[in-house]
Write a protein that binds this ligand. Structure first.
Ligand code: F6R
Length: 243
């Protein structure tokens, strides 16, 4: 894994935006894998700015989000469909029908997982996948213990994940207990991956990712076996890395 150390959150977001913009500007029909959460918000703001300045168009871009909460409709402000619309899609010229997020209120959730996975395969995999990382090493919502060969599936969210995400909800009780996530096998098929990490609270996580063993108990560790992963991490998150 290639690590790009940056000063702070702002620089992480700018560097990631450079890579995403280059992909969009040099490919005919780029397929992007998108993440939600706090980490990529700055990246999305940079992309919006680039678009407003006329440097980038999303008309030819297709996106697949990593995950969605089970039980939240796309109109719910805490759903990831809503997040994407609010923080990126409504500010740019992307065709909404080319933006995919799993449907967390599908009548048949298993079927939804299969169709979502098939849809990604029909697009011949993701060209550039943007990832954040959970404190427990999750990528997407693939919690510790998930098989490295998993495909899009339903997960029970870890307590640590529900607590970390409770800041977006009225109370911990309101945080869904399940989600749909693309699998680790799905993520690993992406041609290129950028993993964004910021903040001192992720320092242990980064240390384990870089220096720890590759194990399903720490899902992101499998990224060590991908041939094209770039970690863009700020100095605070790199503070516990052994030199
Ligand atoms: C979100 C996702 C998660 C987050 C992770 C970190 O779509 O897939 O893996 O990237 O939980 O979240 P933040 O960025 O809020 O620390």
């Amino acid at each position: 894994m290639n690590i790009i150390p940056v000063k702070n959150y702002q620089d992480m977001s700018r560097k990631a935006a450079e890579i995403v913009s280059e992909t969009i500007n040099t490919m005919d029909k780029p397929v992007l894998g998108l993440a939600t959460g706090s980490t990529p918000e700055g990246l999305y703001q940079c992309l919006i700015n680039e678009h407003k300045e006329g440097n980038i168009s999303f008309r030819h871009v297709t996106t697949f989000n990593l995950d969605e909460y089970v039980g939240l409709h796309g109109s719910d402000p805490n759903s990831y469909r809503y997040y994407m619309y609010d923080k990126l899609f409504r500010h740019i010229d992307i065709e909404l029908e080319n933006t995919y997020v799993p449907n967390g209120v599908a009548e048949d959730l298993e079927k939804e997982c299969t169709s979502y996975e098939n849809l990604i395969q029909e697009h011949a995999s993701i060209d550039l996948q943007i990832l954040g990382i959970g404190l427990n090493g999750h990528i997407g919502f693939n919690e510790p213990g998930t098989s490295f060969t998993s495909r899009t599936h339903i997960v029970e969210l870890d307590e640590i994940t529900r607590q970390a995400n409770a800041r977006f909800f009225k109370s911990l009780d309101d945080v869904p207990t399940q989600a749909i996530t693309t699998g680790i096998g799905t993520i690993m098929e992406s041609k290129k991956i950028i993993l964004l990490i910021s903040g001192e609270n992720k320092a242990e996580t980064v240390a384990r990712l870089v220096n720890g063993e590759i194990s399903e108990t720490f899902p992101a560790s499998i990224l060590n076996e991908h041939s094209n992963v770039t970690i863009i991490a700020d100095v605070a998150s790199l503070s516990k890395l052994s030199k």
